[in-house]
Design a protein around this ligand. Structure first.
Ligand code: 13P
Ligand code: SF4
Length: 345
């Protein structure tokens, strides 16, 4: 360890004892410490892989081994031979990595990095809901808890959802949870009539169609690109709808010079890096704030990331019966995605 950050044992023990209530190791870091260099050192020393979602702050994205959407991250977690998986994302993502890797240590910089969409589907209420629809299979968006995954037949992400639904016979009734906006979009795309759980993402449901329309008047050549967690009114006027990875690819390959981006602002960092000559404008929400940051994703910081790697805390732990039940629908998703050529072997 760099001697700029020698932590007395009693301070470390107190921070560890309070990790459940704080969500992270609350230890002061010497501001002269080079956190980028320290994180690189820890990756090598501990054979750790650092996976980050596009909604993480730019510094975290820049130090990650892999940045991706939920499907890409799940696939990386499924195939890694690292001893430790450090997940710079939210709880359900790190939990998915643990479900796939029971024998690896999975670290999350802040245990309180949750997800409003996952929270919108409590398992006990969902079990009652499911019981009302006998004969239906359950397809759940990966943004849900392990308990909801255990009640599901197949998991999907925004980049494979259509293929997953198409893999199910047309006459098989389906419940889709927890995102009603993604579910509604998929019903339209696939011509199905899936029963939808009434959940939504707090970031994607607040984009203002009125403000987007005004923005389009000021930027007539700008294309609107949107994540399918957005409300139908926004999706209807979008030039392209896709997962974060699909939005990024589209923005790079498409010929326009300007884009209004209706998803969390973190993705703009990669868009700007990969297409520096283009202009990316965050779509405005219907409140006074000018940006759309996910408060859960942004709980992770470079400092918390360094601390969780140095002291291997907080760690994701799971009940083995729950893990096995949640694993089945994730494996099904990976099999269908492989067969559809969406991910490699
Ligand atoms: P994707 O990156 O899979 O599109 O998911 C977006 C999201 O909301 C993650 O929380
Ligand atoms: Fe959850 Fe929405 Fe944040 Fe994604 S952006 S983690 S869906 S609250």
């Amino acid at each position: 360890m760099n001697n700029l950050n020698v932590v007395p044992d009693e301070v470390l023990q107190r921070a560890k004892a309070n990790v459940d209530s704080n969500g992270y190791l609350n230890i002061e870091i010497d501001p002269r410490l080079d956190l980028f260099a320290e994180i690189e050192r820890l990756k090598k020393e501990k054979n750790a892989i650092l996976l980050a979602h596009y909604y993480q702050e730019p510094d975290i994205q820049d130090v990650a081994d892999y940045i991706g959407d939920s499907l890409g991250l799940a696939q990386q977690a499924a195939k890694t031979d690292a001893d430790i998986i450090v997940f710079a994302g939210v709880h359900f993502m790190a939990e998915t990595a643990k479900i796939l890797n029971p024998n690896k240590k999975v670290l999350l910089p802040d245990l309180k990095a949750g997800c409003s969409l996952a929270d919108s589907a409590p398992a006990d209420l969902f079990a009652h809901f499911k019981a009302k629809y006998p004969g239906h299979i359950v397809i759940s968006y990966i943004n849900c808890t392990a308990e909801i995954k255990a009640l599901s037949d197949i998991i999907c992400t925004s980049s494979n959802a259509e293929k997953i639904i198409e893999s199910v016979p047309k006459d098989q009734p389906i419940i889709f949870a927890p995102d009603k906006n993604l579910g509604g979009y998929l019903n339209k795309k696939t011509g199905r009539n899936m029963v939808l759980w009434n959940g939504a993402c707090m970031v994607h449901e607040i984009f203002s169609l009125e403000k987007i329309t005004k923005l389009k008047v000021r930027h007539p050549k700008a294309k609107l690109i949107a994540h399918p967690e957005c409300e139908d009114a926004v999706l209807q006027v979008a030039d392209f709808v896709g997962s974060t990875t699909q939005l990024l690819k589209y923005a790079i390959q498409d010929s326009a010079e300007e884009y209004i981006v209706a998803t969390e602002t973190g993705i703009l960092h990669q868009m700007q890096k990969d297409a520096p000559h283009k202009t990316f404008i965050p779509a405005p929400p219907n409140n006074s704030c000018a940006c759309n940051d996910c408060p859960h994703m942004k709980l992770n910081t470079l400092e918390k990331l360094y601390l969780c790697m140095e002291y291997e805390t907080p760690e994701i732990t799971m009940d083995e019966t729950l893990r096995k039940a949640a694993l089945k629908p994730i494996e099904r998703m990976l099999e269908i995605s492989r067969a559809a050529g969406l991910i490699g072997g």
